[in-house]
Write a new protein. Structure first.
Length: 149
């Protein structure tokens, strides 16, 4: 439970309405930006289902209602994304859309930086192609991941 001195990210973003705005803008950018083509093409033509799933996931992840878990169980994000080829290009394009959506919605610089790091870590974890697929993203930065051993 949060208090006014230490609100959850969910509350800081404006609750369900704020999360919906973030997710809606994220998927609008994915559709609009030619630089997001590789990330967009691994999604279905309609983004409605992805939009709802991301909203439900972020709701719980950010300290609000655990909508995703209530509907689908544990997120197991990496396992759920294994059928899709996600490499550094898809990750970077996904992050371009998310960073842009965050920058448009989050005025608090500390919160913006924190969320950007959280999403970057999550996006790194989703990479499942290339020489470092499945490696710990914290070791990728130091180039000592298992794929290079």
């Amino acid at each position: 439970m949060s208090d006014t001195a230490n609100p959850t990210v969910y509350a800081a973003l404006g609750g369900a309405d704020g999360i919906h705005r973030l997710v809606d803008r994220f998927y609008e950018l994915m559709d609009e930006l030619p630089e997001a083509y590789a990330a967009r093409r691994i999604h279905p033509e309609s983004l409605a289902g992805a939009n709802e799933s991301l909203f439900e996931f972020l709701s719980g992840w950010f300290g609000g209602p655990n909508l995703y878990i209530e509907k689908k169980g544990h997120p197991r994000l990496r396992r759920r994304h294994l059928p899709y080829a996600i490499g550094p290009t898809e990750r970077d394009e996904w992050m371009l859309c998310m960073r842009t959506a965050l920058a448009e919605q989050v005025a608090d610089r500390d919160l913006l930086e924190r969320l950007s790091r959280l999403f970057a870590d999550m996006a790194d974890h989703m990479v499942n192609t290339g020489e470092c697929a499945g490696c710990d993203p914290t070791t990728q930065a130091t180039r000592t991941c298992a794929c290079e051993a």
